[in-house]
Ligand binder design. Structure first.
Ligand code: NAP
Length: 262
């Protein structure tokens, strides 16, 4: 893919991994971004921080259909087409399923899955006008390997991976590549309430994601060879992952007790 003159719509571009992806794309020549996020201050700060890019900022919640419609009409009026859609916005609320509020369960699904699917549906007519388009969806390592206390989050992220694969196959007649990024623990606001040792930086995740986009990769999996081995093990011998989770149950519970970023 040639990034020159590409027009990018990204959700959650005002912080964390999304913001780093914008910075990485700017370094590689992209100038035009439409960014969706709930907090206006964060969107304004993004514009001030990266004056070399042109931003359309759309204050909105991806869980609200009318906000998605607003994002699409903004892009349609300003550009009339779209090259790259990056579905990055995501939230997490960890804990025993019985302890999660109904609201946190519904909102994780609405933000991480329903909003992502609806925005993709609504963006497709614009993406189909691109001569070289792409959809990048942010899943998680938990989308491959589900862990206790992340039942709902893991379910949403597995859904993201399956949605990506189905859409890539559904769109094969179009020049629209569909890819999924599976970050490991990454040092962003989302992880402030989790207790994790080693984390990737959002810049590392952004670089791997943009490299993957340029190379036409289908899955960008962070966490190196070790992570790939674990994914194979989870598929071929899931009882081994069960044993790991059982042996570390209390420690995992303790570390994730406060983990909530909604
Ligand atoms: N950090 C990790 O360890 C990790 C690991 C695996 C996967 N991921 C995934 O990577 C993606 C980015 O995560 P991150 O760590 O960068 O998160 P983050 O630091 O919490 O940033 C999230 C971004 O999404 C926006 N956002 C959140 N909910 C939104 C909503 N309902 N509507 C519109 N915008 C919304 C936020 O802005 P507002 O709050 O202003 O809306 C912010 O710009 C997520 O999909 C996450 O699940 C992260």
């Amino acid at each position: 893919m040639d990034l020159k003159n590409k027009k990018v719509l990204i959700t959650g571009g005002s912080a964390g991994i999304g913001k780093s992806i914008i910075q990485e794309l700017v370094q590689r020549g992209v100038r035009d971004f439409a960014v969706v996020g709930r907090r206006k201050e964060a969107l304004d700060a993004l514009k001030a921080e990266i004056p070399s890019a042109n931003f359309l900022t759309i204050q909105g919640n991806v869980a609200k259909v009318e906000d998605l419609d607003k994002a699409i009409s903004t892009v349609s009026e300003a550009w009339g087409e779209l090259d790259i859609l990056i579905n990055n916005a995501g939230v997490v609320s960890a804990g025993l399923l019985s302890d999660l509020s109904d609201e946190d369960i519904i909102n994780q699904i609405n933000i991480n899955v329903t909003g992502l699917i609806l925005l993709t549906k609504k963006a497709l007519p614009l993406l189909m006008k691109s001569k070289e388009g792409a959809i990048m969806n942010l899943s998680s390592g938990y989308g491959y390997i589900a862990m206790p206390f992340y039942s709902v989050y893991a379910a949403t992220k597995a859904a993201v991976g399956q949605f990506s694969d189905a859409m890539r196959r559904e769109l094969h007649q179009y020049p629209i590549h569909v890819m999924t990024v599976y970050p490991s623990a990454t040092d962003t606001d989302m992880m402030k309430t989790a207790v994790v040792g080693q984390m990737d930086t959002p810049e590392e995740v952004a670089k791997a994601s943009v490299d993957g986009l340029l190379n036409g990769e289908i899955n960008v999996i962070l966490g190196g060879k070790e992570r790939e081995e674990q994914i194979k093990m989870n598929f071929l011998e899931p009882e081994k992952i069960d044993a790991f989770a059982a042996a570390n149950y209390e420690a995992l519970r303790e570390r994730t007790k406060q983990h909530r970023s909604m």
